[in-house]
Design a protein around this ligand. Structure first.
Ligand code: PEP
Ligand code: MN
Length: 341
């Protein structure tokens, strides 16, 4: 439930209102809007007499919130969330580019790619150490050793690193990881999300293969309910009846998620399409649609990649994508610039 207060509410009456709501076991999240102060009420609001509330002198309006996500909801938090990561920030107007191999394969490989993507303007390095593979016989990642190599590349380039956690038992290995990724297959691993809510680390949550935007936001809510509000959302394609591409990139998720939530939204055109030649057009389209960033798989020798070679682009191709992205960025869709939003 949301209570919109009249302009400049009388302080005594406001205190009385807050005390009454608290006595009903309601948690109050106040926020300052452009013109009005707003109170987000969390808890069992069914005990609140909405007519009584609406009738109060200092109350302009009361709205029932249908959405079950509160912390992630833009209605409670008008401003974009900005997440500091190393020397860079994610969200709130910065454009983040997370690039690197699908999997860390060797020190030479990850360091070479890290150096190359940094030179092209990547702001973060990605690389999987624990790989969620459909087949148990496929390369499972270098695991602990992979994380060590990723941290070597971080030391070498200064780029913050993003890597996937698959299980809670791995958490102690992630101390020096800058952003912990929750993969599409783990988007609804609620115990994992709850625990990540107790870390102070930014958490990048990828949309599940068959999950709605509301479900993605509910997963973000799990992390945020634990006290960690540093969540980055990632659209990476969903499963549809189409088979020409690995997944179907739902670009409409970008403006929609940004309307529903204040959290940064990035797009992964690599897993979305599964095809290296489609990474550029989809990266450009995602940028134009108003994404806060991209996650792109880059490999120095895609044909010999141990995982996802078909969708990995070379550092040269990545340079070309970056050129295109930078050309589009000034023209990207920004809801606040729209006259008729
Ligand atoms: C990945 O980013 O390496 C990955 C496995 O992606 P997803 O969870 O989106 O399939
Ligand atoms: Mn991959």
């Amino acid at each position: 439930m949301i209570v919109i207060l009249k302009k400049n509410p009388e302080e005594k009456q406001l205190q009385n209102l807050m005390a009454w709501l608290k006595s009903l076991n309601i948690t109050i999240h106040p926020s300052e809007g452009e013109t009005h102060k707003v109170l987000g009420l969390v808890g069992d609001t069914s005990v609140v007499d909405i007519d009584l509330l609406r009738a109060l002198d200092i109350v302009e309006d009361v709205k029932r919130v249908q959405e079950p996500y509160k912390n992630a909801n833009r209605k409670f938090h008008e401003q974009d969330t900005v997440i500091p990561v190393g020397q860079t920030t994610v969200g709130g107007g910065s454009f983040s580019v997370i690039a690197g191999p699908c999997s860390i394969e060797s020190e030479e490989q990850v360091c070479l790619i890290a150096t190359a993507v940094k030179a092209c303007g990547a702001t973060m390095l990605r690389g999987g150490a624990f790989k969620p593979r459909t087949s148990p016989y496929a390369f499972q990642g270098l695991r602990d050793r992979g994380l060590t190599l990723l941290l070597e590349a971080k030391k070498l380039t200064g780029l913050p690193v993003v890597t996937e956690i698959m299980d809670l038992s791995q958490l102690s290995l992630f101390d020096e990881v800058d952003v912990i990724q929750v993969g599409a297959r783990n988007m609804q691993n609620f115990e994992l999300l709850k625990e990540l809510g107790h870390t102070g680390k930014p958490i990048l949550i990828k949309r599940g293969l068959a999950n709605t935007l509301q479900e993605l936001l509910m997963s973000a809510e799990y992390v945020m309910a634990g006290g960690n509000d540093r969540v980055i959302l990632c659209e990476r394609g969903i499963r549809t009846f189409e088979t020409a591409t690995r997944n179907t990139l739902d670009l409409s998720a970008v403006p929609m998620l940004k309307r529903m939530s204040h959290l940064p939204v990035i797009v992964d055109p690599s897993h979305a399409t599964g095809l290296s030649w489609m990474v550029k057009p989809m990266a450009l389209a995602a940028t134009a649609a108003g994404a806060d960033g991209l996650m792109i798989e880059v490999h120095n020798d895609p044909k010999r990649a141990l995982c996802d070679g078909a969708q990995s682009i070379t550092p040269e191709a990545f340079r070309d994508v970056m050129r295109g992205v930078n050309a589009i960025l000034p023209h990207a869709y920004r809801p606040e610039k729209e006259a008729h939003a």
